[in-house]
Design a protein around this ligand. Structure first.
Ligand SMILES: [Mg+2]
Length: 425
């Protein structure tokens, strides 16, 4: 038998990833039949509970409502899914720099040699990656460990969801016998049909074919799969990181145009609070801000700035906006929308503390916003907000006809202003 672990490759695959992200954002969805795809009109992803009720991928939303009226159908939230994905890669890179970002919810990691660095066997490292992903992201991942990419991918599929499977030398053939040829990574339906005709029904059947027959009947990619099924390491990891395009945006169009500086600033403030709330849900910090105002004539004025420190706190952003608002606002113009984009996003645990007492201030803000987020989660968005957002939120509530301002202030006593930034002059 050759060296048991000539290479140690881990394949990590999110279970029902889009729905799992929705449940992580809103734990009340846990255990419920949840479908993502309200905006497309078809099911793009569904929870195991929804699958058990008969919901399948691509099923029209109208049907789902008829056959499973209790199903919760949500729109896609690609920004959140991308952010969870980035955090997944970040966590895996703590264990090895050799990570291939294969898809939004899948990656390969080459941990060869890391048993010496981390002082633990490969199986333990792979287990720890899975446990860290679960504890930090709140998502289930199925993990496979083997000697190459094809076998690691077979392994991760074996025990979904939340599975952990090791395919090492002694048990390769056992696993190949229970892997159908059509489920093998890299084998399309046409090739599977061709292989069926040759009597190849499982991965084991393919691996058992003599090399002459493989080279005669199949092209190079399939020959390479055959090599990997033998336990050879053929497919290298593409460890080039995908370009970071992630950002969080929040935009709001007014019901009627406005040249009221106080109102326009308030709308911007509400957008910034909303974007920061998304940021905290995704456990990310922003380092760069771009705001815009859109006029009645669809002209845009922009203001971009880099923050002095990465933050999730809207006040850090509003302090700068307040000082520089006159650069984008003109009293002569009527405005129809404002928006903000937060970029240069990084995981919250990369936050660095500076030397001027920021550590204490940040810690206080973290406590405040932990409670703000809890109240928002319990009572709905904008339960507590900055006084600078008051006009816009008040207007929105009236526009939605959910309540008059009087009822809003008297019935919803939870409506509090945390901090007044004053009028913008
Ligand atoms: Mg997946």
């Amino acid at each position: 038998m050759p060296n048991c672990w000539p290479r140690a490759i881990v394949h990590i695959d999110g279970d029902c990833f889009f729905v799992a992200c929705e449940v992580a954002k809103n734990p009340k969805l846990k255990g419920q039949p949840v479908v993502v795809g309200a905006d497309r009109g078809i099911a793009c992803a569904m929870s195991y509970e929804a699958k058990a009720l008969g919901v399948t991928r691509g099923m029209p939303v109208g049907w789902i409502r008829k056959i499973c009226p209790n199903t919760i159908i949500l729109p896609e939230d690609p920004t959140s899914y991308t952010l969870y994905s980035r955090r997944m890669y970040e966590i895996v890179r703590r264990y090895t720099p050799e990570v291939e970002e294969y898809s939004i919810d899948e990656c390969f990691a080459d941990i060869t040699g890391m048993h010496r660095v981390l002082h633990k066997p490969y199986i333990e490292i792979a287990r720890e990656i899975q446990q860290t992903l679960k504890s930090e992201l709140g998502l289930d991942f199925s993990v496979g460990l083997s000697v190459n990419k094809v076998l690691a991918k077979i392994a991760s599929k074996k025990q979904k969801p939340n599975g952990f499977t090791v395919i090492d030398w002694p048990n390769i053939s056992d696993h190949l016998q229970t892997t159908t040829i059509q489920s093998l990574w890299g084998i399309g339906s046409q090739t599977a049909r061709q292989m069926f005709k040759l009597g190849i029904k499982t991965a084991y059947d393919l691996a058992s074919k003599p090399p002459a027959e493989i080279f005669k009947s199949f092209t190079k990619p399939h020959q390479e799969i055959w090599h990997e099924l033998q336990g050879k390491f053929i497919f290298l990891l593409n460890t080039k990181s995908q370009p970071n395009k992630s950002s969080i945006s929040k935009t709001k169009t007014f019901g009627a145009t406005s040249s009221d500086q106080h109102f326009v600033y308030s709308a911007l403030s509400a957008n910034i609070e909303g974007a920061c709330s998304k940021l905290r849900k995704s456990k990310l910090l922003t380092g760069k801000v771009s705001i815009f105002l859109k006029t009645q004539q669809f002209e845009y004025s922009h203001l971009d700035f880099v923050l002095p420190w990465p933050t999730t706190n809207p006040k850090d952003i509003l302090d700068i906006c307040h000082q520089r608002f006159a650069e984008v606002f003109s009293k002569e113009k009527k405005y129809r929308a404002t928006g903000v984009t937060l970029s240069d996003l990084k995981p919250i645990n990369t936050e660095t503390l500076n030397l001027f007492g920021e550590a204490i201030r940040k810690e206080n803000n973290k406590i405040i916003y932990r409670h703000v987020d809890l109240l928002d989660h319990r009572f709905g968005a904008n339960t507590i907000f900055l006084a600078s957002s008051l006009s816009a939120i008040k207007y929105q509530k009236m526009k939605d006809k959910t309540s008059s301002l009087k009822n809003f202030l008297s019935n919803k006593k939870r409506h509090l202003g945390l901090l007044s930034l004053g009028r913008v002059n």
